[in-house]
Structure formats: structure tokens, C-alpha cells
Design a protein around this ligand. Structure first.
Ligand code: F6P
Length: 328
């Protein structure tokens, strides 16, 4: 029989994502509902190492469901990558009689949680929070939906200028290793081409596509480029390439950057965060450990952390085809 869990700590780690506050709120309130004491840890794993955590009750998390970022703050802790750092974190948890940990973050944060669990058999549960949607075991990570809406809003605005000035815009969106944001927002924003890391379409295809659209009477175009795209040129070099090799284009570049990670979470992300928080705490209380909660076929399911980290999310090939047809 696993030891009964009576005190749970929650932290946010890695890049922030809209919906993290809503997830913290859900963890804290689920603990309160089950009469379990809940601790909020500041600055991700750094706070565990420094002993920077405090008790949160149901009222401590009022008024945050609609706020972007994370009030617990986040960090990519270097110290937690060391055995000494993790030992210090463990000692602090034991001193405070905390016996379960919820980690809200991405793959780097889950790797830390998994190693921590293996070394100390400390019960851990992950909640996937990253705008990139690059984690196996959930169709949606927290923040992905909000980021999509933010990006589409930005593309719509840029399109006004693109069409007023007959310009070609390259717009860079986030997605370090994956093209989920690019592919979805490219379709929703009516992009001419979408360049993603999973597919090296090559420059010829881009040139063909621009020529085709010009012939078909288009006077302005938007090309969405995922930051991790492997076409071999960064977005500014792409502009230079078009300037040098194609006549008659007035090209501009817009890098959306961190504005994609901010802002109030969408309704979808708030509901997802609430469901994930409940599932994470109740799974720990049921004796489950070393899992991540996720949305699969509209249900909350558990996936081993190892699988969540090591797996590679696949790009939706149907979306690629839809995008091709739409840019006709
Ligand atoms: O992983 C989320 C993410 O937003 C990536 O899309 C991006 O490459 C990275 O974080 C940026 O990280 P930082 O905020 O540390 O620059």
C-alpha cells in the first residue's frame, strides 16, 4: 500500500503558458476539497531547493483563473539538474512533511520530475503546460489554444497592412521543435505557405507557390514560419532570398515572439486547466505516481512521464493537405 498523501506541493516550471494560474488554482482547490494541505512553490524547482514555498488555501487562489503567466513564477533550474540540487529539494520537502508534488510544465520539467521520482521514490504528477503542444499523451497542452487565438489575431492585423500595401509578409511563430502553432494558425489566418520543422519543403516549393499565387491574381501574401523550421534559412534570410531572387515583391518580416505566451487564457484552456488540476491531485491521492495527466478522446487520462517526454508528437497530415488546398 503506498503511503497516504496528506500534503501536496505545486510548482510551475519552464516557459510560462496561459492557463498555468488556472491549473494552480485547480490543484489548490482540489486539495482543499479533499482536506489535503497544499503548498505553492515559487520559481519552479529553484523554490524547492531554496525552501521557498508556502501554504495556499482555497482563497489564496481567488481572482487568478483569468490571468496569464504564473503567480508562482517559473524558471528553468540549472541546480535541479544536479544530484546535490535534487537532494536539497528532497530534504526540504521531507522537512515540511510534503508527500506529493504536482509539476506544471513542459518536457524539461517532466524530465526533472521523473529523475526526482526515480532517485527518491517521491510521488510526482505532471500537468502539461506549454504553448508548443509538443507533449505526447494529450491532444492539447495548457496554453496552446490561447496561443493559437493570440497568433491568429496578430495575423489578421498584419494582413490589413499586407493587403493595403500589396506586401508579402513572413511571420515567425513559436514552436522550438514542432509546427503545431504554425500549421493551425497558418490555416486559420489564410496563409499562402506554412513552413514547419517536421517538413522540409525547400525553397523551390516556396518560390513555386508564390509564383502561382501571383499568377492567380493575389496581390498580397502571408507565409507562416515556425521558429524551428529547418528550411536552412532564418526568417530574415528568407526575406533576403526573395528580395534577391524574385522581382516585384515588397517583403516584410514580423517575429511575434513572447507576446504569444501572454494574455488571458481562453475558455478552453481554463476548463482544461481545471480538469487537469482535479485529475492530478486525485490521481496522487489514489496512489498513482510518475504520470502526466492529459486530454485523450475528450477524457482525462494518465500517461507515464517517460512516454510523455520521449514520444514525439506527430504533425496532423490532414491539416497539411487542407492548407495546400486552401492556398489554391
Ligand atoms: O517551449 C515554449 C517556448 O515558448 C518555445 O516555443 C520557445 O522556443 C521557447 O519557449 C522560448 O523560451 P525563452 O522564453 O526561454 O526564450
Amino acid at each position: 500500500m503506498p503511503k497516504k498523501i496528506e500534503k501536496i506541493a505545486v510548482l510551475t516550471s519552464g516557459g510560462d503558458a496561459p492557463g498555468m494560474n488556472a491549473a494552480i488554482r485547480a490543484v489548490v482547490r482540489t486539495c482543499a476539497y479533499h482536506n489535503v494541505e497544499c503548498y505553492g512553490v515559487y520559481q519552479g524547482y529553484e523554490g524547492l531547493i531554496e525552501g521557498d514555498f508556502e501554504i495556499l488555501n482555497a482563497r489564496s487562489v481567488k481572482g487568478i483563473i483569468n490571468k496569464g503567466g504564473t503567480f508562482l513564477k517559473s524558471a528553468r533550474s540549472q541546480k535541479f539538474r544536479t544530484k546535490e540540487g535534487r537532494q536539497q529539494a528532497y530534504d526540504n520537502l521531507i522537512k515540511a512533511n510534503i508527500d506529493g508534488l504536482v509539476v506544471i510544465g513542459g518536457d524539461g520539467s517532466f524530465t526533472g520530475a521523473m529523475i526526482f521520482n526515480q532517485e527518491f521514490e517521491f510521488p510526482v504528477m505532471g500537468i502539461p503546460g506549454t504553448i508548443d503542444n509538443d507533449i505526447v499523451g494529450t491532444t492539447h497542452t495548457l496554453g496552446f489554444d490561447t496561443a493559437l487565438n493570440t497568433v491568429v489575431d496578430a495575423i489578421d492585423k498584419i494582413r490589413d497592412t499586407a493587403s493595403s500595401h500589396n506586401r508579402l509578409f513572413f511571420i515567425e511563430v513559436m514552436g522550438r521543435d514542432v509546427g503545431h502553432i504554425a500549421l493551425n494558425t497558418g490555416i486559420a489566418g489564410g496563409a499562402e505557405e506554412i513552413l514547419i520543422p517536421e517538413e522540409d519543403l525547400g525553397l523551390d516549393r516556396l518560390v513555386d507557390s508564390l509564383n502561382r499565387s501571383r499568377k492567380s491574381g493575389k496581390s498580397s501574401s502571408i507565409v507562416i514560419v515556425a521558429e524551428g523550421d529547418k528550411i536552412g534559412k532564418n526568417i530574415f534570410e528568407l526575406k533576403d532570398f526573395i528580395d534577391e531572387n524574385m522581382e516585384g515583391y515588397d517583403v516584410r518580416v514580423s517575429v511575434l515572439g513572447h507576446m504569444q505566451r501572454g494574455g488571458a487564457p481562453s475558455c478552453f484552456d481554463r476548463v482544461l486547466a481545471s480538469r487537469m488540476g482535479v485529475k492530478a491531485v486525485e490521481s496522487l491521492l489514489e496512489g498513482e505516481t510518475n504520470y502526466m495527466v492529459g486530454l485523450i478522446n475528450s477524457k482525462m487520462e494518465l500517461t507515464p512521464l517517460e512516454k510523455a517526454i520521449k514520444g514525439k508528437t506527430k504533425i496532423n497530415l490532414e491539416l497539411l493537405r487542407v492548407s495546400d488546398i486552401m492556398s489554391t
